[in-house]
Design a protein around this ligand. Structure first.
Ligand SMILES: [Zn+2]
Ligand SMILES: [Zn+2]
Length: 186
């Protein structure tokens, strides 16, 4: 297994508790986010990890940081905000995962494994980043959003911005009918 996101554990002693750092600034692959918010492909991903030997495999811990780029969900303004998310994932030795699955531990069946003395960090980092994405990104916590009448950003409009009382043509018919009934009552 090779690639920009593959951490080799050749230099990591298998003795429990031994650790090696894995720190790098790498170009974000595609798929680190969604249309509304995410890390653009090729943007800097600041990865600071420590790989620690544990009995079942290698514990990957640390954090990943990047600038999120997207759109405010209220006013649709472009936004850019820094994020840093904790990473914590146990990567199993294949034989250990197999043994656990055989013992009935179904949850570990999907867990990552060490392949050819390497750990593919890409899916681990992607999961961490996607978890950190805001469900409804905002340019600022109290973003007033858009005017429901004209669709302009309220932030750019004067505080007394209004379109007068809402006019619904259906009420014209009702008031004409009411006037007619009043006439007949006379
Ligand atoms: Zn906004
Ligand atoms: Zn308006």
């Amino acid at each position: 297994m090779t690639g920009r996101f593959v951490a080799s554990i050749v230099a990591l002693p298998r003795q429990e508790g031994a650790s090696v750092p894995w720190e790098d600034t790498v170009a974000a692959p595609e798929g680190f986010g969604f249309d509304v918010i995410g890390i653009p492909e090729g943007a800097d991903l600041d990865v600071r990890l420590v790989l620690t030997s544990v009995s079942e495999g290698v514990f990957v811990s640390g954090s990943v940081g990047a600038d999120l780029v997207g759109q405010c969900s209220r006013c649709l303004k472009d936004l850019r905000q820094p994020m840093r998310q904790e990473v914590s994932e146990l990567v199993f030795y294949p034989e250990r995962r197999e043994a656990l699955v055989a013992e009935g531990d179904v949850e570990v069946a999907e867990s990552p494994v060490v392949v050819d003395m390497g750990i593919d960090l890409e899916p681990i980092l992607r999961d961490a980043v996607v978890l950190a994405l805001p469900f409804a990104p905002l340019c600022r916590q109290d973003c007033p959003g858009l005017c429901s009448e004209c669709g302009l950003a309220l932030e750019t409009l004067p505080a007394d911005h209004s379109h007068g009382p809402a006019h619904d043509p259906r009420f014209d018919v009702l008031s004409r009918l009411e006037a007619q009934l009043r006439e007949q009552e006379k």
